[in-house]
Write a protein that binds this ligand. Structure first.
Ligand SMILES: *Cc1c(COP(=O)(O)O)cnc(C)c1O
Length: 376
């Protein structure tokens, strides 16, 4: 059996190992200390935001951002239906009701033209919209300016879920800019990883200071651990931060490699009938965190789940596109605006091996298996 080709495995180098051991040897292990601060500073600089606080996961970053809004029953938060649940579960944990919106066909992200309808639906159901949480899906920025225009007119903040988009840009601006705050993920399968971790970043110093305080058990500066409210234990450890500092140094090369992998798939498979690739919308630099294909049921010989099985038989990992939130049992009662585009992407989608550690030979093996299956 040939070696397994994973979807998106951690890509670790010598620099990561060296910084990790240096940090360990210097005695910096907990979430206190210069390495976490360095990671926060260098990450904030890389996304062009003034402040950042390192946390245990991207989900934790979003939970903190929503927790600061003091949501209560009757409050609603608008989110795209096509996303990973880590961007959406915090809405429930923060005590609000999610309202889902369909995505645009050209970026696969929250469709700003449907946003007003979501506000109107909320009002009709007696809900008060308190935030909009769009995502930058699969490594491509959403249309943050158009989303902001609608949200600003309603006086509602935008928290951006840029978990998948570290290294992506929109009109030259790094993912996460343009919102009140942005959340990023360093989960093991993301473009840079700390083994598990995340970051909340913003130009608002007070917002990040409050997030850091809430993430540290909401501990008041008193020797006897004074608490005026209940916080979270969401801080990132120094050992994880050390890996993050090293990963960040090669971010550009990682984006370039993922984009080259995407280009290799397009060159090898672009002629297959009914097979197409996730689009890159105007002004975007897609990080191609994952290469996602679409199989048109009218033109392709194979459905995504059949192809997934065939790839699995060749020891190649693939995965369906995200199952939209409005089709998830946990959100059966949540209001939904539209849904045809997200449903179609899910129905036709398959994510291909995309890790920056994969070789050209690995990608060629995936391409050969796909061609063999679709031409059979
Ligand atoms: C990965 C991811 C998250 C959550 O990040 P974790 O670090 O895994 O908690 C949130 N939203 C999206 C779109 C993601 O892909």
């Amino acid at each position: 059996m040939s070696e397994r080709i994973p979807l998106s495995a951690p890509d670790m180098g010598e620099a990561e190992r060296r910084l990790l051991l240096e940090t360990y040897d210097a005695g910096w292990v907990s979430s206190v200390g210069p390495v976490v601060e360095r990671f926060e500073r260098e990450f904030a600089a890389s996304v062009g935001l003034a402040h950042a606080t390192a946390v245990a996961s991207g989900t934790a970053a979003l939970h903190l951002a929503l927790a600061m809004l003091d949501l209560r029953p009757g409050d609603a938060v608008i989110a795209p239906s096509l996303t990973f649940i880590g961007g959406v579960a915090p809405i429930l944990h923060a005590g609000a009701t999610p309202i889902f919106v369909d995505v645009e066909a050209d970026s696969w992200n929250l469709d700003p033209r449907l946003l007003d309808d979501a506000f109107i639906r909320a009002e009709a159901q007696g809900l008060t919209v308190r935030a909009v949480v769009p995502a930058d899906l699969y490594g491509q920025c959403c249309d943050i300016d158009a989303i902001r225009a609608v949200a600003d007119a309603r006086g509602v903040p935008v928290i951006l879920d840029s978990a998948e988009a570290v290294g992506a840009t929109l009109n030259g601006r790094p993912a996460g800019q343009g919102a009140l705050a942005a959340a990023y993920s360093f989960n093991g399968n993301k473009i840079i990883t700390t083994g598990g971790g995340g970051m909340l970043a913003s130009d608002d110093a007070a917002l990040i200071a409050r997030a850091r305080y809430l993430a540290t058990a909401a501990r008041q500066p008193a020797v006897h651990y004074e608490h005026t409210e209940a916080g979270f234990n969401y801080r990132l450890s120094s050992l994880s931060a050390a890996v993050g500092v090293a990963q960040l140094q090669s971010l550009e090369a990682r984006v370039a490699r993922r984009r080259a992998i995407f280009d290799r798939y397009v060159a090898a498979l672009g002629d297959l009938p009914g097979l197409s690739f996730a689009p890159e919308a105007p002004g975007r630099r897609h990080s191609r965190w994952l290469t996602v294909i679409q199989l048109d049921p009218g033109a392709a010989t194979t459905r995504p789940l059949e192809l997934m099985k065939a790839l699995e038989a060749a020891n190649i990992e693939s995965r369906p596109a995200w199952k939209p939130m409005h089709l998830q049992p946990v959100f059966a009662d949540a209001p939904m605006i539209g849904g045809a585009v997200a449903g179609r992407i899910y129905d036709r989608g398959l994510c291909l091996p995309s890790g920056s550690g994969l070789t050209d030979a690995d990608i060629d093996r995936v391409c050969a298996a796909i061609r063999q299956t679709l031409e059979a």
